[in-house]
Design a binder for this molecule. Structure first.
Ligand code: FDA
Length: 305
């Protein structure tokens, strides 16, 4: 049953009709549990509150799979604006983005132009930018662009997913850049031809890539809500004498908030991924796919309306 629900929510997550409808009707159906608001002002308020608790942030203007050039340019401007707000308001926050929002599916020239605008702003204001990793179909293009831009911009990172067979090789490929990488298990619906179908293999590979990246001496963001992976990391760093400033934990806004604060109390850097904007549908459906138990929150949201 859980597997079926997972498939259903992943199917919904890239359904264009529902995405459009959701944009039109605004944040509802429990979406505000995972999304900090529709505007940058609301997001800035949320960041301030998190910062006051000792949590640092990476801010994400929601959006993906854009096929219209004008829209990709507008989303680029929104990222530039977000960087300025972070700097002007002295918020402790980085920026995360999805390149399909910046024109990855439209043309290489467009996405490069847009990425450079964002990275110029990031460089000017000292705001680190992470390129989120999207589905397998886009992973090669994403890494290729990351490598090109990393030679021009210091403050740039990306994400690798442990569910893909290719990831260990990608980790080796990127090692020469000493990259700051976020490591995740992976959130998209992928075929067994390219991704481990069994969760236990995904978990094993997750531990494997955490170990490789940390022992290679690179800054590592362990982005998971899984106690087993967090405990594994704590033990590993202790065993190898790796200091707390070589890694951080990351979690999503609204998920396991007590654990987030607990990790800060234990002296770890804890970064919260804070999404905002109107394009919340796909993001939220992926959260439901990860944990169908969250459907209860959605149902409560519907009943409250
Ligand atoms: P997993 O889903 O394997 O669950 C393991 C255990 O963790 C559960 O049994 C439970 O105990 C606990 N848990 C998990 N979710 C919970 C919840 N909602 N509430 C309570 N407990 C929960 N993916 C991607 O493909 N590209 C990307 O760029 C990113 N970026 C990203 C940034 C950040 C900051 C995070 C935290 C995650 C991502 N992801 C991502 C998503 C990631 O790939 C993955 O889908 C989710 O983090 C879910 O996997 P977990 O490792 O958290 O736990």
């Amino acid at each position: 049953m859980e597997k079926l629900l997972r498939k259903f929510f992943l199917f919904l997550s890239n359904n264009k009709f529902f995405t459009k409808l959701a944009k039109k009707y605004g944040l509802r159906f429990g979406a505000s549990r995972f999304v900090a608001g529709e505007t940058i002002e609301q997001a800035a308020d949320a960041i301030r509150k998190l910062n006051q608790k000792g949590l640092v942030v990476t801010l994400d203007h929601l959006g993906e799979f854009v096929n219209d050039e004008q829209e990709a340019r507008e989303r680029t401007e929104e990222c530039v604006k977000a960087i300025k707000v972070i700097a002007d308001e002295n918020l402790d926050s980085q920026l995360s983005l999805k390149m399909t929002s910046m024109g990855l599916d439209i043309s290489r020239d467009l996405v490069m132009e847009n990425m450079r605008k964002i990275l110029d702003a990031g460089q000017e204001h000292g705001v680190f930018v992470t390129i989120d990793m999207e589905d397998y179909e886009r992973s090669e293009a994403t890494l290729d662009i990351f490598e090109e831009l990393k030679q021009e911009y210091e403050g740039l990172g990306t994400v690798l997913q442990s569910y893909l067979y290719r990831t260990e090789e990608d980790l080796e490929r990127l090692d020469s850049y000493n990259p700051n990488l976020r490591l995740v298990k992976g959130a998209y619906k992928e075929s067994p031809q390219v991704a481990y179908p069994d969760k236990k293999d995904v978990d094993e590979n997750y531990k494997n890539i955490i170990k490789i990246h940390l022992l290679n001496g690179n800054y590592t963001a362990i982005a998971t809500h899984d106690d087993a992976m967090i405990d594994y990391t704590k033990k590993l760093v202790k065993e190898h004498g790796i200091s707390n400033d070589q890694f951080e934990f990351q979690m999503l806004y609204g998920i396991r908030t007590e654990l987030q604060e607990q990790l800060v109390k234990e002296g770890y850097t804890m970064r919260v991924y804070v999404p905002y904007g109107k394009d919340w549908f796909g993001y939220n459906m992926r959260r439901l796919a990860e944990r169908p138990a969250n459907v209860a929150f959605v149902l409560k949201g519907i009943i409250k309306k």
